[in-house]
Write a protein that binds this ligand. Structure first.
Ligand SMILES: [Zn+2]
Length: 139
């Protein structure tokens, strides 16, 4: 559906501006990320745009030692692993993203519940970089 495309586009355009955009249902208050024009809880089509504060807590994670091709290009491998987590935002929704600046030497020591804040990573060939959502520890 064209609506889905529009939602995804808005979400990624917002990331380019280092903002996290979703929506709040004006009928029941349900918060969606990315934004939805039809509420998944009450099916109302009355929603307002919501900019997330970009803070949350680590809910789950994995450390990846055997990356996909695009992440190999970004410099990751078995000696330089990276972390992907699920973050529960302070507003409620969960989102998965790369987590930066964590000590990955002993992944078992990473604490669920670690406070995180949003950041972005720029990747890609020079002149055509794209920004990707990421999180890092909240100081
Ligand atoms: Zn609703």
């Amino acid at each position: 559906m064209s609506d889905c495309k529009l939602e995804t586009k808005t979400f990624f355009q917002a990331i380019e501006n280092e903002a996290l955009i979703g929506s709040r249902c004006l009928n029941c208050g349900h918060i969606s990320l990315p934004q939805r024009y039809i509420c998944s809880r009450c099916h109302s089509n009355q929603a307002e745009r919501l900019e997330f504060a970009g803070t949350g807590k680590l809910a789950a994670y994995t450390v990846i030692y055997v990356p996909a091709t695009d992440m190999v290009k970004a410099g990751y491998d078995s000696k330089n692993p990276y972390m992907v987590g699920i973050v529960t935002l302070d507003e409620g929704p969960r989102i998965s993203a790369q987590i930066l600046d964590m000590d990955l030497s002993d992944p078992a020591k990473i604490q669920i519940g670690t406070p995180l804040k949003m950041t972005v990573i720029e990747r890609g060939a020079e002149g055509q970089t794209k920004k990707f959502l990421a999180f890092k520890p909240l100081e």
